[in-house]
Design a protein around this ligand. Structure first.
Ligand code: BGC
Length: 462
């Protein structure tokens, strides 16, 4: 981002003066290239190879090994090549091992990223910072380990963010571009879910805003670390009033950090959600069909943003209108928003009744847009890549698979656990038709879901 670039230029100028002074004094100036601070680029994904998490590949292989159909098995194995984000979803995840379900530590991931780095090509690894005190205030599935108290905030700072920052700041990792996705659902819950007592408390206490500011301050201070704030998705914040109000909250929050708006490199939408990137047959929300404009249908409920391509464009425009630099990048989580398979419409509906027209035309096959837990019928979306073509006004830095496809969104059943996770009615197919049955706890491997996602991938896995 431009602000940050200025700060770096200032540093470079200081170093140049120091070098001249040292030379004049006759001192030997020796700065090996590996120790030179890397430039903080505008888009960390551009030109970089993406780190592939072997823990994820192992889970995928487990599903492939138990799949009888050879064609599906081969497609599953192809998914192993795709990069996914690593979720630091508890303090133990930073350190890896038994406290993290046997997964790798943050340092082990970075060692591997370095080991696999190709000469002359940057490598980027993505980590999700997800341990807010009072996490998931509007739902139950991903309640976390830290309570919404001052003591919880203190642990978040010292045992979680400081531990992450200590690893990321190690000089040996300077050659890795680290993209961080910061606190999915955290700030959006403080805009639209204040009728929920836990979210109201999260907002009035100021604890979550303090936590996010602390995370930004610590992470932004490390030059090779990039910060992307979660910004929900079009089905949540797409109403114009929500969108403007939410950008206002983000602006306030980020202006309250040590470096102001320069602390943030971009925003990421659709994390762990199913909202399509594009609705190819529903391109004009104001078009009148039958009873009224398309956006007034039951499915869209007057929300004029039907997909993430339109949403990211509007969010970026609003950010700039509220003073953010135009270089702020957008990222979309395309892990599970493909909606391929037999139910995908192949043509625009010819119905003259509004709801029938919308329901027959939309790629998003959810019964309701509000469904977010292990949604039946979903498929893998666009493979992760930098600077995806075709969406110029959306200012996309990348498509990422932030949610590792096959990891559950949550359980409907009461499964005892030490992670703070609770049964969630949105994950229970009896109370919420459209959620897959038999789901394990959030973050745990869900073979049947993974099979479905690969089967319904759009574009198909090749
Ligand atoms: C869970 C996390 C998990 C993440 C990625 C979240 O819903 O709460 O524990 O790491 O999903 O699967």
């Amino acid at each position: 981002m431009s602000y940050r670039g200025n700060r770096r230029r200032g540093l470079a100028a200081t170093l140049a003066m120091a070098t001249v002074a040292a030379t004049l004094l006759g001192a030997a100036v020796h700065r090996p290239p590996a120790h030179r601070p890397p430039a903080h680029v505008d888009n960390p994904f551009a030109g970089a190879s993406f780190y592939v998490n072997p823990d994820y590949a192992r889970l995928v292989e487990g599903s492939a090994a138990r799949t009888a159909d050879p064609a599906l098995r081969a497609r599953m194995r192809a998914v192993k090549r795709h990069p996914t984000a690593v979720w630091l979803d508890r303090i133990g995840a930073v350190h890896g091992g038994a406290a993290a379900g046997g997964r790798k530590s943050l340092a082990q991931h970075l060692d591997l990223a370095l080991a696999r780095k190709k000469p002359g090509r940057p490598v980027v690894a993505t980590f999700v910072v997800y341990d807010l005190p009072g996490r998931d205030c509007a739902a139950q599935a991903s309640s976390g380990e830290l309570p919404l108290t001052r003591a919880g905030l203190e642990r978040y700072r010292t045992e979680y963010i400081d531990a992450i920052a200590e690893v990321l700041a190690r000089p040996k990792y300077r050659g890795v571009r680290v993209a961080t996705v910061i606190e999915p659902d955290g700030l959006p819950n403080l805009v639209t879910n204040l009728s929920d007592p836990e979210c109201a408390q999260a907002q009035s206490s100021g604890i979550q805003v303090e936590a996010i500011r602390y995370a930004l301050d610590k992470l932004h201070a490390i030059p090779n670390v990039y910060t992307y704030l979660d910004f929900a998705h079009s089905g949540w914040l797409g109403w114009d009033s929500n969108l403007t109000q939410t950008v206002r909250l983000y602006t306030d929050v980020v202006e309250g950090t040590a470096s102001g708006l320069a602390s943030v490199d971009g925003l990421v939408t659709n994390v762990s959600n199913y909202t399509p990137l594009a609705e190819p047959f529903l391109t004009d929300p104001d078009r009148v069909v039958g009873e009224g404009p398309v956006k007034s249908s039951a499915f869209y409920g007057w929300n004029g943003h039907f997909d993430e391509a339109d949403f990211t464009r509007s969010v970026h425009r609003e950010l700039v209108a509220q003073g953010w630099p135009a270089s702020t990048g957008m990222v979309v989580d395309t892990s599970r928003n493909g909606w391929g398979g037999p139910a995908r419409p192949t043509a625009e509906s010819t119905s003259t009744s509004l709801d029938a027209y919308v329901d027959e035309s939309r790629a998003d096959r959810r019964p309701r847009r509000a469904l977010w837990c292990n949604v039946a019928g979903a498929g893998l979306g666009e493979p992760p890549r930098a600077v995806p073509a075709g969406y110029p006004d959306s200012h996309l830095d990348a498509f990422l698979w932030v949610k590792p496809p096959g990891e559950s969104d949550g359980a409907g059943d009461d499964i005892p656990n030490g992670e703070g996770k609770r049964p969630d009615p949105m994950c229970d197919p009896v109370t919420t038709p459209g959620a897959l049955p038999g789901a394990p706890l959030a973050g745990h491997w869900f073979h049947e879901q993974f099979s479905m996602l690969v089967t319904n991938a759009y574009p198909p896995v090749s």
